[in-house]
Design a protein around this ligand. Structure first.
Ligand SMILES: [Zn+2]
Length: 375
């Protein structure tokens, strides 16, 4: 295994195409079986196909399956994908206990990664795309004020500042809970707005469900970790569970990762937000339709920049997708580069931290899944 500092570019990629090639090469080297799910119509900037790739290692009927996925939020994929490559380099699959198999899901939102967006090809935030579609569409009246701010916003320095100030004013007037619910809990009425959950299940959602049916119908216990970036301390992992504090799962994860806070809805002190249509919850519900397995979900973020910068980044992504037509190409390039940096910092220090901290997390995931229900 090469030392981390020797070549970080072995793990981190500058494009979706490069990331996918590295992933396929690594899977080939380590005997993982890869299934490619090609997007039916869209291509990468190079003209190459876009795909979500699912790699499997271990017995098909393993009682325990570890799932790692990345790229729910497009360009955030690069960091999670790097940690997968490092784990493969460390011979992670070959060291799995006999009854654990692993499923790596690479680039859940390949369009977003390839075209440097957090949202998908339809402007959907895939982490809001999985509400129970048999129920009436969730409503988010707190979003209306955010939408006004968004439409007035521009991605230049003055505009970004104004957007952040507008959000602070909203927070002062309506309270942090309403302001954050508005901007982050998901909305289903404005396709060109922020945190749009979509009117239907996306291509990525359908593809994920197909992967789940193929690989997750026999396991009895499943641990699914979805890698993200943008929340938490710079270069540090930030664990988020979609269940309440004190729940059985919270206790379990706190035991598997001692020393790590397992955050629930406590991103901001004293604020509790209900998120609509989370991807991991959608996957768990889908698995529940064909397999009574126990499923534990965990989102792990790699912290990048402060909350204000990340709120602005949501606006920048939206602007690039929906409102940059006719804008000065130099401005578009600047905003895109800035957006990438906010979710995928270039600094060697950040990337080295991610790789090094991820090693322990992968080992703890395997150990946790192995110990689950046995003591
Ligand atoms: Zn994310």
């Amino acid at each position: 295994m090469p030392p981390v500092d020797a070549d970080l570019s072995r793990y981190f990629s500058d494009s979706y195409e490069e990331g996918r090639r590295k992933f396929l090469d690594a899977c080939l080297r380590h005997d993982l079986e890869v299934q490619r799910h090609v997007h039916p119509s869209l291509k990468a900037p190079s003209g190459e196909d876009l795909s979500m790739d699912a790699a499997w290692y271990g017995p098909q009927d393993a009682a325990r399956v570890l799932v790692f996925s990345c790229g729910t939020h497009g360009l955030e994929a690069a960091a999670g994908a790097a940690t997968m490559l490092r784990w493969l380099d460390r011979e992670g699959p070959g060291q799995l206990p006999d009854d654990i198999s692993v499923l790596l899901i690479h680039a859940i939102n390949p369009y977003g990664w390839a075209w440097s967006h957090r949202i998908n090809e339809d402007g959907i935030d895939l982490n809001r795309n999985f509400p129970d579609r048999s129920q009436p569409q969730p409503s988010n009246p707190d979003y209306l004020d955010i939408h006004q701010l968004l439409l007035a916003a521009t991605p230049d320095e003055t505009g970004l500042d104004k957007f952040a100030k507008g959000f602070h004013t909203l927070t002062a007037n309506k309270g942090m809970n309403a302001a954050l619910t508005g901007i982050t809990s998901g909305q289903f009425d404005f396709p060109e707005g922020l945190s749009f959950g979509g009117q239907a299940l996306s291509w990525s959602g359908k593809t994920l469900f197909a992967i789940a049916r193929k690989h997750l119908s026999r396991a009895e216990r499943i641990l699914h970790i979805d890698w993200h970036t943008g929340i938490g301390e710079y270069g540090q992992p930030h664990f988020i569970l979609d269940e309440g504090k004190g729940s059985d799962t919270h206790i379990l994860l706190s035991d598997w990762w001692p020393g790590h806070a397992i955050h629930c809805d406590d991103v901001v002190e004293g604020v509790s937000i209900f998120y609509n249509g989370l991807l991991l919850e959608g996957m768990r519900d889908e698995i529940g339709k064909f397999n009574p397995a126990e499923v534990v979900n965990l989102t792990i973020e790699w912290g990048t920049y402060d909350v204000e910068k990340m709120l602005q980044a949501l606006m920048m992504d939206n602007w690039l997708m929906h409102r940059a037509g006719g804008a000065d190409p130099a401005l578009v390039d600047t905003v895109r580069a800035d957006l990438i940096e906010r979710f995928y910092p270039q600094a060697t220090e950040w990337r080295r931290n991610v790789i090094l901290a991820s090693e322990k997390i992968y080992d703890q995931a395997v150990a946790g899944l192995e110990s689950w229900g046995r003591s």
